[in-house]
Design a protein around this ligand. Sequence first.
Ligand code: NAD
Length: 272
Amino acid sequence: SLTESFALYNGTYMPKVGLGVYKMNDTQEVVEAVQSALNVGYRHIDTASFYDNERGVGEALKQSEVPRDELFVTTKVWNDEQGYEETLQAFDRSMDKLGLDYLDLYLVHWPVPGKFADTWKALEKLYKDGKVKAIGVCNFMEHHLDELMQTAEVKPMVNQVEFHPRVYQKDLLSYCEAQGIQLEAWAPLGRGQYFDAPILEELSTKYDKSPAQVILRWHLEHDVIIIPKSSREKRQKENADLFDFKLTDDEIRKIDELHTGERIGAHPDEFD
Ligand code: NAD
């Protein structure tokens, strides 16, 4: 169910399925989308300062009757907010917009060269001060993690990266597993670009599930957290209805083979 979670290495529980809210920059849309998700049973919301919708997310959370300790809220520090002091200030701005007195997960949005080590120091401070329950990164490849670990005191608890069958980052997943870093998939649906792949259609028929559900189940089989985005209640329900079927090892391997490496987003060494 939507309350199923993975334990991060520091003991914080992170729900396996969350709602992504990227591109919902109309306040009314994001408020309604989060309200509808909470009604469906979602307890985990993934936003970012870059999405320009933290205020709407906060408004929906404030109106809801769900107790704060049942919610898991993630936001991220954007590239032009990075650096030690800058990040501490960015955090305060985000918290003010969200209207929360603590955050569940704060993430570095991209590994900005020359900056992310100082940004990380700020996240460590926020963590030690108890303002955030867990800290992590996004879009870090192995070499970024190795570099970060040279100066970090606290190891990231989460790495959120583009991860779906076409961008099956197998080596990064094993690396993170070995380090105790929880992998989280952004664009888990690959933005719906290849739902018609024959193996997805075949398994969709076999299990009486949609191709989207087959893809999302594949992530769970790999122990990866998912944050599919939808503002529509029907799809939000669909994207969470993943706990009454399982894929076989052979089926998981066949979906793994859809990997081509064609990314939707930027390569983490080439973003601007
Ligand atoms: P996604 O893979 O979740 O695809 C979302 C799109 O798929 C929707 O706009 C909708 O058109 C379609 N869709 C959703 N449910 C569907 C269903 N059941 N059937 C058919 N179509 C469906 O892509 P995303 O929004 O880019 O990624 C999810 C979340 O990841 C974002 O909202 C955001 O929170 C996060 N994200 C993070 C980063 C990062 O750099 N850290 C980058 C991009 C996205």
